[in-house]
Design a protein. Structure first.
Length: 423
């Protein structure tokens, strides 16, 4: 009856493990070997071709997204360049506006000076006429000279020279002032008009350059915005393609792992059946007396490791919680303590003493249920800070860290210090 109960218990553990794996991976597990001798079929999952195609699509999407990112960066750099150029041209335009305003003011002041000079010319002209009229009784030649003061003909020059020769010094000076005032008037008029015209043309050129620069910036802003939209769309597509490839790869790995575990469980079940026969023989030989711990043989120890490993595998997916030892959450040493407790071996809830709870096992002779320790070997047991349980094929089950769950992982880490087999 004892052996039958144990077999039923093991079958229940294996069935529970199968259920956990189904829930954890979202795919069915093949039927376990039963009384009819059926073997577990290969677990369904994405094919290697499907995974490769998804990965190729993800790489292509990444390449397109990367090219779009390069184009966007170039557009942003060009926008920056055009913006700086536009700012400079806008400031040039602002400067020309200031200069134009000054030219307008200068033109206004020149106009005032022209008016003043015109008044001075008129005053000088009247003075000369008055002098001429008094000295020569309104001689027409003087009036002609005043009217034709700027003439450069030889006759006009001789006529002016003759009249000036008969005039007193003061009168001649007045006549020269009249001539100078007329010359200044002409110069001021020409300078003011030229300066204003030149400045107005410069302002128009600056305004045209500013407008062109602003239009270029506006066009580049629009192009940069368009590229941002394109790049965002391509990045989302690349993210989805990567997610799909990763999901398919995980699903395939999970399917392969389920198939491997199913094969292992089939072999283990055969081994358990043989061990159960040995147990019954031992029980009969011992006449119902318990077997002392020192008398446990190789086969019995192996069964205990299988029981511990199977129970630990049934905890897959439960969250890591610091200092927890079940039933809904575990830390690393809490998980191994409860697993070996199910196999009838009591361990402390501490990696420091679990490390000394059995003989050392070479890593090339590991069996299911053996405990693997990580950290540093020193005089301080606390330097060994993590423990996992070997489940076969270079893998262990462990409760990794806060925020994670009980999971299967490779045993090969840089801080692996050794293994023991609890007794």
């Amino acid at each position: 009856m004892h052996s039958v109960g144990r077999r039923r218990h093991r079958a229940a553990v294996v069935a529970g493990l199968a259920c956990v794996l189904v829930v954890g991976t979202g795919a069915p597990v093949g039927a376990l070997p039963g009384a009819a001798g059926r073997t577990a079929p290969a677990s369904p999952g994405p094919s290697s071709d499907e995974v490769a195609a998804a990965q190729a699509e993800a790489r292509a999407r990444d390449a397109r997204s990367g090219a779009a990112a390069v184009r966007l960066a170039a557009a942003q750099a060009r926008l920056q360049e055009l913006t700086v150029r536009a700012e400079k041209l806008i400031e040039v335009y602002n400067g020309e506006l200031v200069k134009t305003a000054r030219a307008q003011e200068a033109h206004r002041r020149a106009g005032e000076r022209v008016l003043a000079a015109g008044a001075q010319v008129e005053q000088a002209r009247r003075t000369v006429i008055a002098i001429t009229s008094q000295g020569y009784g309104g001689v027409d030649p003087m009036m002609a000279m005043v009217a034709d003061l700027g003439s450069a003909t030889e006759h006009g020059y001789l006529q002016r020279a003759s009249i000036l020769a008969h005039m007193s010094g003061g009168q001649a000076e007045t006549l020269r002032q009249l001539r100078d005032a007329r010359e200044v008037l002409g110069i001021l008029q020409a300078q003011a008009a030229d300066a204003y015209t030149e400045q107005r043309l410069a302002a128009e050129r600056a305004a045209a350059a500013k407008t062109v620069a602003e239009q270029a910036v506006a066009a580049q802003v629009a192009e940069t915005g368009r590229l941002k939209v394109v790049q965002a769309v391509l990045e989302k597509q690349a993210d989805r393609a990567r997610s799909t490839a990763e999901r398919l790869a995980r699903a395939r790995q999970a399917a392969l792992e389920r198939a491997r575990l199913a094969r292992e469980r089939a072999g283990q079940e055969r081994e358990r059946a043989a061990a159960a026969g040995r147990d019954r023989a031992r029980a009969a030989a011992a006449a119902g007396k318990p077997v002392p711990r020192w008398a446990l043989g190789h086969g019995l120890s192996s069964d205990r490791g299988d029981i511990a490993a199977d129970w630990a595998l049934a905890q897959l997916g439960k969250p890591y919680v610091w200092a927890a030892d079940g039933p809904d959450s575990f830390d690393c040493s809490g998980l191994t303590m409860r697993a070996w407790e199910r196999a009838g071996v009591r361990l402390d809830h501490w990696t420091g003493t679990q490390w000394t709870s059995g003989p050392r096992v070479p890593l090339d002779r590991l069996r299911r249920g053996d405990l693997l320790f990580f950290g540093r070997i020193t005089d301080n047991p606390g330097d060994i800070h993590h423990v996992g349980m070997y489940v076969g094929r270079g893998l262990m089950i462990h409760a990794p860290q806060t925020g994670d769950v009980v999971r299967i992982a490779p045993i090969w880490r840089g801080d692996l210090v050794g293994a023991i087999r609890p007794v």
